[in-house]
Every structure is written in structure tokens, then in C-alpha cells.
Design a protein around this ligand. Structure first.
Ligand SMILES: C[S@@+](CC[C@H](N)C(=O)[O-])C[C@H]1O[C@@H](n2cnc3c(N)ncnc32)[C@H](O)[C@@H]1O
Length: 399
């Protein structure tokens, strides 16, 4: 769940201050939603996910970035020392519009007004400014939201993490949408529930397979963002509930998704990401209630972590101790390995618990006739590359 964008410079063109007032999702009107959606759609905004962030010095990763670019994949959560090369290639094949809009709405850079008006008309600028999406000062236009494309949908979230109630989207959100779609392919749901919904990215994507889709979160700002995103994508079967896990949500569901807070973190962690001391405490709380919240054919897709404590992975043993007596099929999908943390307080926290790192992973849970656990691979090349990076990092620290 690391997001290098937080460390990236604000603007390639000129490093201006970010607009001070926050985007208020409740002020995102239907008119603003349909204006923004048509600007993004006409520009084929989604193709710009192929552009990496600027930064980093891992030249050895460039062949992978280039191959991802050529395949139309997602590079924008990764850094590259030669971002301009990718922007230039995309500009030649798709024109200026997606590159400029991605600068504005994803990389959070201000763009000169006379340039942006080549892709956003003056009356559209005014609508977006009035809805609090854009901040226009003199000749500069900046965005107060980040916009991330997923399939043919768009999702607004906060561009910075400076407030504790920020609404999150990361690479994990995108990966989870793909995996949930793969494991729920061909299924229709009467009721679906996206817990820990954040921007609503999982819940809104799945709402297309559901009659009623509920998105729930403990953060009221997240719920307002879900409603803004439902307007942006003209989705009408989504309802939001303010809830601490299942506490305020009635009934059972055919599909439950949750991209949980799963980062190992001592008490008092930032609201959206801290999952407890070793990272899985929140997930275990969720699993305890899951059996009575799933319908007889129900399934769950849960993004969590697999902590390595005293050299042993802990997730499956904890899941089995909670659910092992029930007839469930558990599928573990490891995604990537995270390095030992960089900051001194987190190093002390890890050392105190004997924690040496964790995998990001997804659990798919279905009813079955007996309890089984299996492991599926998502992108083994990426998984083993990140394991090697973590091992090299560990060797460097040990020397
Ligand atoms: C990692 S974010 C995931 C957001 C979104 N689903 C995604 O994939 O981008 C975790 C979310 O869990 C929410 N959350 C944290 N504690 C919660 C709780 N006790 N009950 C419900 N939601 C909670 C946070 O507010 C945050 O929106």
C-alpha cells in the first residue's frame, strides 16, 4: 500500500502550492459529474495509466515498464527516471488530451490555462471550478481531486494524505477490482456489500452484477465520495452505510468485498490503512462475522496481508484457527512482498514483534462441502521479483 506519488514533486512545469480548500464530494453536482465524465471519455483518459510517475533510479526496471506500456498495462503507480519518454510516446499515439488531463487529475500538477483550454472548454472549466473540482488562479489550473480510471469507470479520491480522513485509491484497489471480477465472473448478486469501501471502487464496479449494492465505511467522507463517484459513473443501485465493520449493516449478502486496512502498525495508525500490530487483526475481526453474513451461495473477496513473524507466514494459520471448523473453500492469492520499513519507529515496532515483512494478498472465500485451502498465482513474475527485492534489502541491512 505504499504510494510513491506522495513523494513525487507536485509539478513538473512549475512547483506551485496545492490549492488549500479541500474538494467537498457533496458539492459535486450531476452537471459537474456529467461534464467531467464526458471530458475524460472524449480524451480516452484511461490510456494514460501507462505513464509512470517521474522519479526513482531503477533503470533495471525500465524494460518491464516499457513492456507494460506496450501491452497497455498500468505503470502510473511506479516511478521511472524517464517519464517524459512515456508521455511523449502516448502524446504521439493518442494526442495531447490524455497526457495533459492525467497531469492535472492524477499526477496533481497545475497546467497553464491556455493549454488546458485545448481540452476543457471555458464553460466546462467554470462548471468544474464551481463544483470545487478545479482551483483556478490567474493562468494556472489545478485539481483538488485525484481521478483514477478503472475499466470504463472513473473514481475520484483525495490527492494527498495530509488529513486523517483522506479517501484512498492505490494500486491495490485496481488489482482487487481485477481479481474480484475474475473470481465472480458470470455470477449475479441480489445483494452485494463492499466493506471498507473508501472511494467505492470495489463496490461500484461490482454493482453492475448486483441488484442492490451497499458500500460501507467508518469514514463519512468516504461515503460522500462513493455518492460522488456513483454520480460520475451514472450508477443508481448503490447505497451507502456508515458503519464500523458490520455493526450497522443488516442482513446477508451474496458477495462481500473488503480492501481492509492491512498494514502492520501500532495503535493510533492512520485511519484508512493501519490493520493492527501485525496487520491482520482487522481482517480477523471481519472473518469472525463473515460466516453469518454470507448467503448459502455467497462469496467474499478480501484484500489483506500475510505477515512474516519469526520467519513464518501467519495469515493462513490465523484464518484456519477462526474458520477451519466450517465448510469453506479458502483461496490465497499472493500479490507482492513488501520490504522491511524505512522509519525508525516502524523498525522498532517490527523488531519488537519479530516481524520481517509481509505479502500483500487476496483471500477468496466460498462456501463448500468441507474446509480447504489452496493457493493461486496472480502474476508470479512480479511476486518473485518483489520477494527478491525484499531479500536483497534484508541482506543489505544485515551487512
Ligand atoms: C485500504 S482502504 C480501501 C479503500 C477502497 N476499498 C479501495 O480499495 O481503494 C481501507 C478503508 O477501510 C476503512 N475502514 C477503516 N476502519 C474501518 C472500520 N472499522 N469499519 C469500516 N471501514 C473501515 C477506511 O476508512 C478506508 O476507507
Amino acid at each position: 500500500m505504499t504510494d510513491p506519488i506522495e513523494r513525487a514533486p507536485l509539478s513538473r512545469h512549475d512547483e506551485k502550492e496545492a490549492p488549500s480548500a479541500r474538494f467537498e464530494p457533496a458539492g459535486f453536482t450531476h452537471e459537474a459529474a456529467s461534464t467531467l465524465s464526458s471530458i475524460l471519455r472524449n480524451a480516452e483518459y484511461e490510456c494514460a495509466k501507462r505513464i509512470p510517475q517521474s522519479g526513482g533510479n531503477r533503470w533495471y526496471s525500465e524494460p518491464i515498464r516499457l513492456a507494460t506500456y506496450a501491452a497497455g498495462g498500468v505503470n502510473c503507480w511506479k516511478e521511472s527516471p524517464c517519464q517524459n519518454l512515456y508521455s511523449g510516446m502516448l502524446e504521439r499515439s493518442k494526442g495531447l488530451a490524455p497526457v495533459m488531463l492525467f497531469d492535472l487529475f492524477f499526477f496533481h500538477r497545475s497546467v497553464a490555462r491556455d493549454r488546458i483550454t485545448q481540452v476543457i472548454a471555458e464553460d466546462e472549466l467554470k462548471i468544474l471550478e464551481e463544483a470545487g473540482v478545479l482551483h483556478i488562479t490567474g493562468d494556472d489550473v489545478a485539481s483538488k481531486v485525484r481521478c483514477y480510471p478503472v475499466g470504463e469507470l472513473y473514481f475520484l479520491c483525495d490527492p494527498s494524505r495530509d488529513k486523517s480522513d483522506f479517501v484512498y485509491i492505490g494500486w491495490d484497489s485496481d488489482l482487487m477490482v481485477d481479481i474480484a471480477a475474475k473470481y465472480s465472473k458470470g455470477r449475479r448478486f441480489s445483494r452485494s456489500l463492499d466493506l471498507c469501501t473508501g472511494s467505492g471502487v470495489q463496490g461500484i464496479c461490482l454493482s453492475r452484477q448486483a441488484e442492490e449494492a451497499i458500500c460501507a465505511d467508518i469514514n463519512p467522507r468516504a461515503l460522500a465520495m462513493v455518492q460522488a463517484n456513483a454520480r460520475l459513473n451514472k450508477i443508481r443501485n448503490v447505497n451507502t452505510i456508515h458503519s464500523d465493520l458490520f455493526s450497522s449493516i443488516p442482513g446477508r449478502f451474496d458477495c462481500i468485498t473488503a480492501n481492509t486496512p492491512y498494514v502492520p502498525h501500532p495503535e493510533g495508525a492512520q485511519l484508512p490503512i493501519g490493520g493492527g500490530d501485525i496487520g491482520i487483526e482487522f481482517t480477523i475481526r471481519l472473518l469472525l462475522e463473515l460466516p453469518e453474513r454470507l448467503t448459502d451461495n455467497g462469496m467474499a473477496v478480501i484484500y489483506t496481508s500475510d505477515p512474516i513473524v519469526h520467519g513464518k507466514r501467519r495469515l493462513i494459520s490465523r484464518v484456519t484457527s477462526e474458520l477451519g471448523h466450517l465448510p469453506f473453500r479458502i483461496i490465497l492469492i499472493p500479490l507482492f512482498t513488501n520490504n522491511y520499513p524505512m522509519t525508525r519507529p516502524m523498525q522498532e515496532h517490527y523488531d519488537r514483534l519479530g516481524l520481517s515483512g509481509y505479502d500483500d494478498c487476496i483471500l477468496v472465500i466460498e462456501r463448500s462441502n468441507k474446509y480447504t485451502v489452496e493457493q493461486h498465482q496472480n502474476d508470479w513474475l512480479h511476486y518473485y521479483r518483489t520477494r527478491m527485492d525484499a531479500w536483497l534489502d534484508w541482506r543489505r541491512r544485515a551487512n
